[in-house]
Design a protein around this ligand. Structure first.
Ligand SMILES: [Ca+2]
Length: 171
């Protein structure tokens, strides 16, 4: 899903997006075993990068710039979509995310993507913010294997009286 976000959100060719996604995972995970198309410290050294993998969560969106292969142009395209919070949870900003990105994150479910797009344009952000979330799209790290997952948080999980537009969504 992270690959999809990079590919669609930043308009990056899919193989490159997959590699970048794997490098983000390697940047964060504690091991030194690179993903198939990822990069651990030896690759950073070989590429002449001044940075090394963190072995921990991203602390700021700008940390993406330390990941091998990310440049400022790519960062600028991704920044509106991804925010990084104190404990390493990145969340897609649904207000900034275009429908094409929402569609990807909804697993191709056009109806769900449209419902979320409509929801964030109404008053749902207040509900998420009162629940400590920035929006319905949460990027979370699987604590077991460190994989980064994206999931949609159903507004009805947060407030029983979600925006009327969401009532139209098929259950
Ligand atoms: Ca690794």
């Amino acid at each position: 899903m992270l690959t999809e976000l990079i590919a669609v959100g930043a308009d990056v060719e899919r193989n490159r997006a997959s590699s970048l996604a794997q490098r983000i995972i390697d940047f964060r995970d504690a091991d030194e075993n690179p993903q198939p198309a990822g990069a651990e410290d030896p690759a950073y050294a070989a590429a002449g990068s001044p940075f090394r993998t963190r072995g921990g969560p991203l602390e700021a969106t700008e940390d993406l710039l330390q990941v091998l292969g990310f440049d400022f142009d790519l960062f600028e395209r991704l920044r509106p979509l991804v925010t990084v919070h104190g404990r390493g949870d990145g969340r897609v900003d649904p207000v900034a995310a275009p429908l094409s990105v929402l569609r990807v994150l909804a697993g191709g479910n056009e109806q769900m993507a449209s419902a979320y797009a409509a929801a964030v344009s109404v008053d749902v952000p207040d509900r998420y913010s009162s629940a400590g979330l920035d929006g319905p799209l949460a990027m979370v790290e699987n604590p077991i294997d460190g994989r980064i997952l994206l999931r949609l948080v159903d507004p009805t999980e947060i407030a029983a009286d979600a925006a009327p537009v969401l009532d139209k969504r098929a259950k």
